[in-house]
Design a protein around this ligand. Sequence first.
Ligand code: TRP
Length: 463
Amino acid sequence: MKNEQNHKSTLQKSARDGFTSGLGVILVTLGSAVGLGNIWKFPYMVGANGGAAFIIVYLISTLLVGLPVMISEHMLGRNAKSDAITSLQKLAPKKQPWWLIGAAGVLAAFVIMAFYSEVIGWVLAYIIKAASGSLLTTDPGITAASFGAVVGSPWLSLIVQWLVILYVSIIIMAGVSKGIEAAVKKLMPALLVMLIIVCIRSLTLPGASEGVSFLFKPDFSKLTNAAILTAMGLAFFKLSIGMGTMITYGSYFRDDQDIPISASKVMLGDLGVSLLAGLAIFPAVFVYGVQPDAGPSLLFITIPTVFASMPAGNIFMVIFFVLSAVAATGAILSLFEVPVAFLSDHYGMSRKKATLSTAIALALVGSTAALSGNVLADVRIFGLNFFDLFDYMSQNILLPVGGLFICIFVGWVWGFGKIEGELSNKGMLNNPGIIRAFFFLVRWVSPILILVILLSGLGVINI
Ligand code: TRP
């Protein structure tokens, strides 16, 4: 008996860690998708780009581009059961360098985490500020000065970022099922409850309907080519696709997971959370007569004044920043896992060593973003500081280009036979219509759309 147990535990140890149930897969994947993209980016980008018209382009992008790329990544990862680089190396025909997509993805993970960890750091600082009552003012001049003080302090900026790297590392080190999955399973329900509370508060304010109609009434005059690229890039960012996060997570899926169905659920869930965040923010913004197009500072300068205007606003402000931190945690875990999986799958590094190496590398790269508001404020590349450069580059270039190559690989190199086998779970599922629709999208529609939107958004072609 004892021997048998020993035997069992060695077997379990040698098997690759993975997600433990179908529900686990959906929650963890959704946990990756839902994050600051929903709560910080989505509202300010919708606000700055004309409301509902932007949402419509965003929706079309998630359907015609986002979903096919997500399904592709899950499929590749589950088939190869490795990190992003090794998976593509295993699946590509001999000597073809498709692993470069994975390598670009590992790079993108650091570029994204560099600014993402800093924003989470601000959110943590804001939980404390909100709880202490120091943000309880309706004067945007005061909240702007307060935000300026955080961004302007090099040490504060670094310390909050290190704090984020530290707690993320602790969860990652605990493993895929016992760390990531266990944490995200607790975080997601808490997030939903808090978001609904803030939504109800915002929607029941007298005059809330103006914010709702801003979200749902399209104004197409603001839809420039650049805005369309922003909407598509946001779809990539929101769904965590185009750089190997979903390949890595796909490698932890079970073989009986229905990939097209679970990816669709994640897409819908993520959209739901984005709309809820919009409904939590815009009605209140309009009720208190604040401009919705404040840009990235909406969350840290405008939102506090909005909460300060409402009854019991301080409590809702604290809830709001806690829920932002909760949402962001599930997302950054999935980014952090990309290099960690690469180091352990590819080089056989222990999880502990892989986590430590990633944490140190991130602290170094991330410091450029943390210091971009103070010590390095004058360092500009294409007119942008490091923080803005990382943000712009990842969303508008790295992710769409990565997605384009993933589509080309799946639709033109990997081919229909392999796709059919993987998406039907080797014939266990009867879904030929879904597979054919997916194949058409990934071979033609998605790559052409990505290419056209990318080139026109960057001003290379004019349509
Ligand atoms: N989707 C997350 C958000 O909306 C961020 C994120 C996590 C991400 N993993 C990613 C973005 C991979 C791009 C690629 O906040």
